[in-house]
Write a protein that binds this ligand. Structure first.
Ligand code: SF4
Length: 350
């Protein structure tokens, strides 16, 4: 158990406020915040899952999904248990939601008994596996934020990049704390509707939009993901609002439109139709987005990158595999890319 970096004591007696995520929980002595992984113990906030990893795997960076960030490389992917959202269709509920219903004493005891992985070991393992980056993923990195920062510092010293795969529910304080350490992020824009965010995820829309803007301002390589769910966000108006928002930040941010499969508490939902994905793709293109990709589905050509200027095929993908890559490095060993055919600058790190 380690004390966290971002909190402040409130004047009203026993309460301390966590500043990691946009819930900004005010936590009473002996209690935890919404995520159940940050606890107030005698006026100090502790991260009670520090170093406990429920996932350690080597994934293609395309699986995050990041299509414009060092394509074709592997990312060492870790997660600690818990989440600050409670998405009803969560695809990792076994590691993100299982601790939610336990009482504090029992899971504190449980966490205390588990093996901890020191931050140096994560970096060591990533290097041994020939990965070029470390991804903080599967659950939201907000629930292992301090551990992530510790790993990220060491990773940078060893030449590895850092990636967040996240719901984007952060505060200005936490995004700025990660500035200079976080290289890339895939952020979910799940809906463009505050009511859906509250009902399905237990969050709000506005902080997510603010996080996207601030990550971008801080120079983090960004890609966005929207899981299309028939009952909730499969309508042209909402899809267009998401696309318009991304264009307003930067039309070159890649947008991944993902197919929904019924999971967790949304077992009665419908698998997203191919036509729905294609329709969203077309709406995004009309809105002016340069790069749109279909996810969780095989749709020939919809995973490929074409040059926004000359229209030639730049990256041909099959699932997570790169079959052809015509993006050449524009600067340095790892830097911006450009089209091999016309020299147009391609957003990303290549
Ligand atoms: S990380 Fe978020 S949910 Fe957890 S205690 Fe802090 S503010 Fe609350």
């Amino acid at each position: 158990m380690n004390a966290i970096r971002l909190y402040h004591k409130l004047e009203s007696g026993d309460f301390v406020q966590c500043l990691i995520c946009a819930h900004k929980c005010k936590i009473k002595n002996g209690m935890t915040g919404v995520c159940k992984t940050i606890a107030n113990i005698d006026g100090v906030l502790y991260t009670i899952n520090y170093g406990i990893l429920v996932a350690k795997s080597v994934d293609p960076v395309e699986k995050k999904p990041l299509f414009h960030f060092m394509p074709g490389t592997d990312s060492y992917s870790i997660a600690s248990p818990g989440c600050n959202f409670r998405c009803l269709g969560c695809q990792n509920a076994d590691i993100s939601q299982t601790y939610r219903d336990e009482n504090f004493e029992s899971y504190l005891e449980y966490f205390n008994g588990l093996q901890k992985t020191p931050p140096e070991d994560v970096v060591e393992n990533a290097l041994k596996a020939n990965c070029k980056s470390i991804s903080y993923t599967y659950t939201d990195p907000a629930v292992f934020f301090d551990y992530s920062l510790d790993v990220m510092e060491i990773a940078h010293k060893k030449g590895l990049k850092n990636i967040f795969v996240t719901n984007g529910y952060y505060t200005e304080e936490s995004i700025n704390a990660a500035k200079g350490l976080l290289d890339a992020a895939n952020v979910d824009i799940k809906f463009f509707n505050d009511t859906s965010y509250r009902r399905i995820c237990g969050g709000r829309l506005e902080p997510v939009l603010e996080s996207v803007k601030l990550f971008h301002k801080n120079g983090v390589h960004l890609e966005l993901t929207t899981l299309l769910i028939d009952e909730y966000n499969n309508n042209d108006e909402e899809i267009k609002k998401i696309a318009d928002f991304i264009v307003s930040v930067d039309k070159n941010l890649p947008w991944h439109i993902s197919r929904f499969f019924p999971l967790y508490k949304m077992q009665d939902g419908r698998v997203t139709e191919e036509e729905t994905i294609i329709n969203a793709y077309n709406i995004g293109k009309s809105a002016g987005l340069s790069y749109i990709y279909a996810g969780n589905i095989r749709l020939n050509g919809y995973e490929d990158t074409s040059c926004p200027s000359c229209g030639k095929l730049l990256i041909k993908r099959q699932g997570y595999n790169i079959m052809e890559n015509n993006v050449i490095k524009a600067t340095g060993e790892v830097g911006e890319g450009k089209c091999k055919f016309c020299g147009y600058k391609i957003y990303g790190v290549f």
